[in-house]
Design a protein around this ligand. Structure first.
Ligand SMILES: Nc1ncnc2c1ncn2[C@@H]1O[C@H](COP(=O)(O)OP(=O)(O)OP(=O)(O)O)[C@@H](O)[C@H]1O
Ligand SMILES: [Mg+2]
Length: 765
């Protein structure tokens, strides 16, 4: 059962929600209020299309409400105990239109994507779009459409509705195919001729005969070629031997000539050398050479002595320079000490230092004395108590006055001693700094002196060095002279050696030549002996050469002959192949024509089978429809005048007939509008029952077309109370308010202010 539909931006619907129930659901409303759009929504939700889209009277992007970016339909239906929800959305994206879809079963997503969902819906319901639109959905004004058609069209349309038109189409296709194949077969047969076949067979046989002859010739020639090649091999071997001898002899002759030439050039200008003289000269040279070697060694020695002396001199000179520098340093240090002492001698400064120290002692003891004076007087003053009139020292009578005088005197003495101590402390400060300065000077002078002493200690004596230098100079002079003398002697020896070497070299060259001559002569003797040993006959060589050439020509001729025959064989083979191909083509056409004839026969059988099936199926379907109508008619039309309704199949038409007074009469001639509507409704329901027996749905758009008031009342009653007895769920669309009644499962009233393009308004009645 279809439970619910929700249309969002769906054509004139902005947001319409409709609940449906079992029985007949009525949608009433003025023209263009959006009723058919609801049915289109149901079909689109199920199959992704609806009739206007299929006929291309409309495109997907015409569906979304004007100005809305998308349109959406949500359909819920229950089937076999499950609840299904399908959502389809059409979205405009620029110039593209996107289509999305989702299918839920009992709340969970079952499938995704428009095509997949259509396929799944077809599987679930067992009905496809084609069957749905034929059996369940009768388009606007189509309810009694069949009844008003002329016979031929009616037959065609009714066949289409029953799905029988497919057989018609298949038959037409079979006829076209038969004609096409028959004409092809004719064409193929025109390509074939028995005379041509015989002619080709004859040519092929002739070529085969020729081929055999050539093959035989080739075999014979190949045998001859084999013999010739064997002979050629024997001849070649003999010739090779004799030719080898010839070449060897020629080679030896060339070598002997070369050696003779070499000998002549060796003997030219040769001087015989006396061995003893050569040995003497060599010894003399060796002696001179070793003398020269000795001399050179001695010279190297002398040169070494010379360079050692030079080095020693340089050392001594450096030492002298160093000593002179150090002496200057001493002078510098001494003058620094002198400056430090500021014109006084060291002894004077030492005396000042000693005097200072003595004075310091004196001052310190004077300070001590004064300190004692202070202590003593303070003690005295302490003992000068009041009333005491004797001197505590000398026991002299003092009296008060005398005592005061003594105290004053003693206090004055203390003060004078204190002043003196202060004076001494200042003097001591000055004296100490003077002593420290003198001590510092003495230390520095001592340090300078030590430094000078140290340098002096290291200084060699310049005079000794000068003597050393002088000695080295003398030795060097002698060494230089010695070297020079040796060099002269060396030159002299070198001058003597040179001509000796030249002479010896010339002698050696002659000795080498003499040896070479002896060896060459030996080799010449060997070669002459070899030459004499090789046998070679010129006339035998020439005759063998001639026979060999003749044999070769014979071989080549045979090879050429064989090649030619093979080529000929190949060429006529190609000819034969061409003939065979032609024959095969010819036979192919023959076979093709025969095969096509067979196909034509089969097509004829197929055509008849189609016709038989169509007739049989038609009979069965019509029987089924008539049975169904029989059942329904009594329910839908409870009046006595027409007992039954049937479809009668004639050769050219489907005639609808009423049974009146036991006589079948054509409906067209007797029925009123209401009766026609009832008959049409019966037919619709019967079709749905026969074609989609499981579904039990029916959808009708404007079944009230052309009906009078009475007919409408009859139809209304039938739809409300009788149709639900036969069909579980029916949808009826009408603009006819007279159809409204209390027993409809649901009645929705549609309205729309078309002037302002406002959306469809729906209210439940
Ligand atoms: N995309 C759209 N946006 C808005 N309105 C649309 C759109 N497409 C069609 N319409 C309007 O919807 C109406 C067609 O709706 P529908 O065919 O469902 O009407 P109806 O109720 O079946 O009418 P009738 O009784 O004449 O058959 C038309 O008036 C049309 O102008
Ligand atoms: Mg309509």
């Amino acid at each position: 059962m279809i439970r619910h539909i929700h249309l969002i931006n769906w054509r004139s619907h902005e947001n319409t929600k409709l609940e449906f129930g079992y029985g007949t659901n009525l949608l009433v409303g003025i023209m263009g209020s959006g009723k058919t759009s609801v049915l289109d929504g149901i079909i689109f939700a199920l199959f992704g299309t609806f009739p206007q889209l299929e006929r291309r009277q409309m495109k997907l992007d015409d569906i979304p409400r004007y100005g809305a970016p998308y349109a959406k339909v949500v359909l819920s239906f229950s089937w076999n105990g499950s609840e299904y929800v399908i959502e389809r959305k059409i979205e405009k994206k620029g110039s593209r239109v996107l289509s999305r879809a989702e299918l839920y079963k009992d709340g969970t997503l079952l499938e995704n994507g428009p095509t997949a969902i259509t396929k799944m819906v077809e599987e679930i319901l067992g009905v496809d779009y084609d069957l749905f639109t034929r059996a369940i959905y009768s388009e606007q004004n189509n309810i009694d459409y069949f009844l008003s058609l002329e016979p031929k069209r009616r037959k065609e349309e009714f066949d289409r509705l029953l799905g029988l038109d497919r057989f018609e189409k298949a038959r037409a296709t079979a006829v076209t195919l038969t004609n096409r194949i028959e004409s092809s077969a004719k064409l193929a047969l025109e390509q074939y001729s028995p005379e041509k076949e015989a002619e080709l067979q004859k040519s092929i046989a002739e070529i085969s005969k020729k081929e055999n002859e050539i093959e035989k010739g080739i075999r014979e020639n190949e045998k001859m070629l084999e013999t010739a090649r064997e002979q050629l091999k024997t001849l070649s071997q003999s010739f090779e031997t004799i030719e080898k001898n010839k070449k060897q002899k020629e080679l030896l002759e060339r070598e002997i000539a070369t050696i003779n030439g070499k000998l002549a050039s060796l003997e030219e200008g040769l001087t015989v050398v006396d061995e003893r003289e050569y040995e003497e000269k060599k010894q003399a040279l060796e002696k001179t050479k070793s003398e020269l070697e000795r001399l050179r060694a001695a010279k190297r020695e002398a040169q070494k002595v010379e360079s050692d002396l030079k080095a020693k001199m340089l050392l001594v000179e450096n030492k002298i320079k160093d000593t002179q520098k150090k002496a200057a340093d001493i002078e510098k240090i001494e003058s620094i000490i002198k400056n430090l002492l500021g014109g006084k001698t060291e002894e004077q400064i030492r005396a000042e230092f000693e005097n200072g120290r003595k004075e310091l002692e004196t001052k310190n003891s004077e300070r001590m004395t004064n300190l004692q004076t202070i202590t003593k007087n303070r003690e005295l003053i302490k003992h000068l108590a009041a009333g005491m009139n004797r001197c505590p020292l000398c026991e002299t009578e003092l009296g008060l006055e005398g005592m005061e005088r003594v105290r004053k005197k003693k206090e004055e003495e203390i003060k004078a001693a204190e002043q003196r101590i202060a004076q001494i402390d200042r003097e001591l400060l000055e004296l100490k700094s003077r002593i420290a300065a003198s001590e510092e000077l003495l230390k520095k002078a001592e340090l300078g002196k030590q430094k000078v002493a140290y340098i002096k200690q290291q200084l060699p004596e310049v005079k000794v060095l000068e003597t050393e230098k002088k000695e080295a100079e003398n030795l060097l002079k002698a060494a230089v002279e010695k070297t020079k003398k040796m060099e002269q002697e060396e030159k002299e020896l070198e001058r003597q050696i040179e001509p000796m070497i030249v002479k010896i070299k010339a002698m050696e060259e002659n000795i080498r030549k003499m040896k070479a001559i002896a060896e060459t002569k030996k080799r010449l003797a060997v070669l002459t002996e070899q030459h004499g040993r090789i046998s070679f006959d010129e006339s035998e060589y020439l005759s063998l050469k001639k026979s060999l050439e003749e044999k070769r020509i014979e071989e080549q001729k045979l090879v050429a002959q064989i090649q030619y025959s093979k080529k000929e064989y190949e060429l006529i083979g190609q000819n034969k192949k061409a003939y065979e191909q032609e024959l095969a083509d010819l036979l192919h056409f023959k076979k093709k024509a025969e095969a096509m004839k067979m196909i034509v026969e089969e097509l004829k059988i197929y055509k008849n089978a189609l016709l038989e099936t169509q007739v049989g199926l038609r009979k069965e379907l019509i029987d089924a429809i008539n049975n169904a109508m029989n059942e329904i008619w009594g329910i839908f039309y409870p009046y006595g005048n027409y007992k039954a309704l049937r479809v009668n199949v004639t050769e050219k038409d489907y005639v609808f007939e009423f049974l009146e007074n036991d006589e079948w009469k054509p409906l067209e001639t007797i029925a009123s509008g209401g009766e026609r509507a009832c008959a049409a409704l019966t037919l619709r329901v019967a079709l749905a029952m026969v074609l989609t027996p499981n579904l039990s749905w029916l959808i009708m758009d404007e079944p009230t077309h052309n009906l009078d008031r009475q007919a409408i009342a009859l139809l209304s009653e039938t739809l409300q109370t009788r149709v639900p007895q036969v069909v579980k769920q029916t949808f009826v669309i009408t603009h006819e308010e007279g159809l409204i009644g209390a027993d409809f499962s649901r009645t929705y009233k549609f309205d729309r202010d078309k002037g302002s393009m406002s959306p469809t308004k729906v209210e439940i009645v």
